[in-house]
Design a protein around this ligand. Structure first.
Ligand SMILES: NC(=O)c1ccc[n+]([C@@H]2O[C@H](COP(=O)([O-])OP(=O)(O)OC[C@H]3O[C@@H](n4cnc5c(N)ncnc54)[C@H](O)[C@@H]3O)[C@@H](O)[C@H]2O)c1
Length: 267
């Protein structure tokens, strides 16, 4: 089969959260660049609307949904509105997420995210944004996808959900691990409806997460040493995997977690 057919997402209706920046932006871009109609959701209205304007000028079929994924009614409303406008929903990327601050150690020493320094307020906030919002995204998407007997749900976890990771905070690590089993659970239930549910587990990518901490030269140097490929990834390097998981190429892939990490979890 020709690649253009295998990876064909032309005419798909997609919804991506956290789409104004970083990985979500790259996911929305690759779908739109390949002919999908993408609703891009984000809390940062200025960045989102500027990006959507630019993408439309370049010929992409994109729409903005300014919303906070922690506002579950707004999130559900955003997904339902896509179905109302387009009559279907083919791919949903539950991607929005926030850092919970630094972890408890780097190679250079201890930092501020020790267990006794982690507030319950941060714990609850990160659970709302990183975990509850993904459950609600799945729930809202599944209602439509079950009825149409097809669909793809792709969740952004992290390699910090696969193993202990000293660089990230406790709430972040806990939510990213929880997402992996949420994906497995939903994949089992939704498989008879031909709704495929998968997680991606990125390693270290240049984005704006954690206030752009990855742009600090000392942090970069540390990751160069840790990552077998010897560098931090560009956000655009998520595009191939995102396209794969939304396209016919992954028609038999469900319930998996796919690391994209330059070899970090290889051991
Ligand atoms: N960058 C990495 O190295 C890395 C590694 C592993 C996993 N991830 C995950 O990738 C996902 C995307 O993060 P990123 O690195 O692209 O960061 P980013 O900060 O560049 O982008 C995140 C986007 O989500 C939006 N957002 C944040 N909170 C929101 C909310 N409550 N409602 C709606 N939108 C909200 C932000 O405005 C931003 O546009 C996150 O789930 C993150 O945990 C990132």
């Amino acid at each position: 089969m020709k690649a253009e057919k295998l990876y064909n997402v032309t005419g798909q209706v997609a919804f991506v959260t956290g789409a104004a920046s970083g990985l979500g932006r790259a996911m929305a871009e690759v779908l739109a660049e390949n002919g999908a109609c993408v609703t891009m959701a984000d809390i940062d209205g200025d960045a989102l609307e500027a990006l959507v304007r630019t993408m439309r000028q370049a010929g992409s079929a994109v729409e903005a949904a300014v919303l906070d994924v922690a506002d579950t009614d707004a999130l559900r409303g955003g997904i339902d509105a896509v179905v109302k406008r387009h009559g279907r929903l083919d791919a949903v990327f539950a991607n929005a997420g926030i850092s919970s601050g630094p972890g408890f150690a780097t190679a250079a020493g201890r930092i501020s995210g020790q267990i006794d320094h982690t507030s319950l307020a941060t714990w609850r906030k990160v659970l709302d944004v990183n975990l509850t919002s993904v459950f609600v995204t799945m729930q809202a998407a599944a209602a439509h996808m079950k009825a149409q007997r097809s669909g793809r749900i792709i969740v952004t976890s992290s390699i910090a959900g696969l193993r202990a990771e000293t660089f990230v905070g406790y709430p972040y690590a806990a939510t990213k691990a929880a997402l992996i089993n949420l994906v497995r659970q939903a994949a089992r239930e939704l498989a008879p409806y031909n709704v495929l549910v998968n997680a991606i587990a990125p390693g270290v990518f240049f984005t704006n997460i954690a206030g752009g901490r990855l742009r600090d030269p000392a942090v970069q140097e540390e990751f160069r040493r840790i990552v077998p490929l010897g560098r931090i990834a560009d956000a655009a390097e998520i595009k191939g995997l995102a396209l794969f998981l939304a396209s016919p190429a992954s028609s038999y892939v469900t319930g998996t977690v796919i690391p994209i990490d330059g070899g970090v979890t290889a051991g």
